[in-house]
Structures are given as C-alpha cells and as structure tokens.
Design a protein around this ligand. Structure first.
Ligand code: PXL
Length: 277
C-alpha cells in the first residue's frame, strides 16, 4: 500500500503582505490538510494599504518551474491565479496540456481591489482562449465577470447570465462570486450548464479584512477537488470555509488597512491517502 498526500499546485503571484496570492493559496491548503507546491509567476509589492508594483517572471522561468514540479509530482489539482502576461498565460496553458491532466481551477485575476493591474487585455483574451477550455472551475468576481463576458453584472440575475455565457467558453463550471454585489446576503452563482445553475447564500460580514478572498476561495475549491469531491460539493464546502475564515478574522487589527482572512481558524492535519497499487 502506498501512502500519498493530496497535492495542490498553485501557479500564481506572490503578495509580500501574505494575505493574497501564493501565500493565501498555501495557507488555505495547509488549513484544509492538502500539500501545496507552487510556481511563482510574479512578485508583487503591496501591503494592507495598497498595491505598489508588480514584477512579472519571464515565461522561460515559469515554464522551468512548472516542468520541474511536474517531472516529479502528480498534483491532484492545479490552481491558477495571477499570471502577469499574455506569454505566461500561453506558456502555462501549453505546458499543462503537455504534462498534466489534473483538474484546473482558474481565478481570472486581472487587478487587485486596491488598484494594481495584473493582466492586460491581450492576456485576458489569451486566458479565455487557452485556459478556459482546460478548466474545471473558473471563479470570477462580479467586476471580472463583467470584463470577461462584456455583460453588466450588478445583480444576481445578471451574475447568472454572465456565468452561463462564460461557461459556454469551455469551463466545466463557472462560479461568479457575489461579494461585490449589494445586499445583506452574499449570493454566489455556479453555472455548470444552461439548465444547471445553483445559488449559494451566505450572510454578509461587515469587515474590511477581505484582502485575498478571491485567492482563498479558489484555492479552497481546488483543495476540495483534490480530495475527490465533485464540483458542486467542492464549491459549497469552499464557500463555507471562506465564510468561517472571514468571520474568524473580521475584528482583528492588521497593519494600517485591509487585513487578510483567518485562514487557519480550524486547521486539519494533512490528509494521507492510501493507494492500492
Ligand atoms: O486576489 C487577486 C490577487 C491575486 N494574486 C495576487 C494578488 C491579488 C490581490 O491582491 O496580490 C498576487
């Protein structure tokens, strides 16, 4: 009997303040009992007050990291966050098509809430063209869903329409998150086909500690997929982890501004799976 860890491979940018990007992905994986490996695509300078600068890693270095990890490990899931350039989008898509058949969760990161630009228009077009067809779940927030679909997304009904339109571009499922929409309740909308749309409702928590929520949710979905859950169950469990992590960090003072969620509010030990071959 061989024993293995469920493995998440995150391909994303680093956030030196630790609330978003690769650090959020790794903290989420640790809290959920999943092993995390990472490919760094950009180095960003930011803190709780704002986004200062981003230094994009070259496609050669991104490809080298990806090929090295994949020559040794077989991730159970790949999570893609900030890629930083059109070249990085195309390189990651090509390398995954060549070397990896794990489910892919794409957080279509274009900019941070605090104002940093993370992917230009040609990069976004390449993401739709090359990464959407490879993906199991894509997780835009409302402004990202607007930019990707070209439709207004200011209500839950518009979020449903955008999710369905984006789902026809190739992903198995699209989750449009509702945190940016108004209302006492947050409604996230999952579309896995025209007749397969589900809403997830959670009470809204009043806090400014929401830095890195997009990265955290998409990583939590990826971890749930790595543990073998089907898409709807994975999304439901991830939303509930995210809600609890926001609540657990809601009244904590952090730096001078917007703090992170409390990733480790209830950590579980690393899962070990037994393989019969
Ligand atoms: O949540 C978007 C995001 C993704 N990746 C990095 C980030 C952020 C937001 O700040 O810093 C590296």
């Amino acid at each position: 009997m061989r024993k293995v860890y469920p493995i998440l491979l995150t391909v994303a940018g680093s956030d030196c303040s630790g609330g978003a990007g690769i650090l959020a992905d790794v903290k989420t994986a640790c809290a959920l009992g999943v092993y995390a490996a990472s490919v760094v695509t950009a180095v960003t300078s930011q803190d709780s007050r704002g986004f200062f600068r981003s230094h994009v890693v070259s496609p050669e270095v991104v490809e080298e990291q990806l090929r090295t990890v994949l020559s040794d490990l077989r991730p159970n899931v790949v999570k893609i966050g900030m890629l930083g350039s059109e070249e990085n989008v195309r390189t990651v898509a090509r390398t995954l098509r060549d070397l990896c058949h794990a489910p892919v969760v794409v957080d279509p990161v274009m900019g941070s809430t605090s104002g940093g630009r993370m992917l230009d228009e040609s990069g976004v077009a390449a993401m739709i063209e090359e990464l959407f067809p490879l993906s199991t779940v894509v997780t835009p927030n409302a402004p990202e869903a607007e930019a990707l679909s070209g439709c207004r997304v200011r209500t839950v009904e518009e979020a449903r329409l955008a999710a369905c339109r984006l789902q026809t571009c190739g992903p198995e499922a699209v989750l449009v998150t509702g945190g940016h929409l108004p209302g006492e309740e947050v409604t996230d909308v999952l579309c896995a086909g025209l007749n397969d749309v589900v809403d997830f409702h959670t009470p809204r928590i009043a806090t400014r500690n929401l830095h890195g929520t997009g990265c955290t949710l998409s990583s939590a979905i990826a971890c749930m997929l790595a543990m073998g859950h089907p898409v709807k169950k994975a999304v439901g469990c991830a939303i509930s982890y995210m809600h609890n992590a926001i609540r657990a960090g809601a009244d904590v003072d952090f730096g001078f501004g917007a703090g992170p969620v409390n990733h480790g509010y209830d950590p579980v030990p690393m899962h070990i799976c037994e393989l019969k071959y």
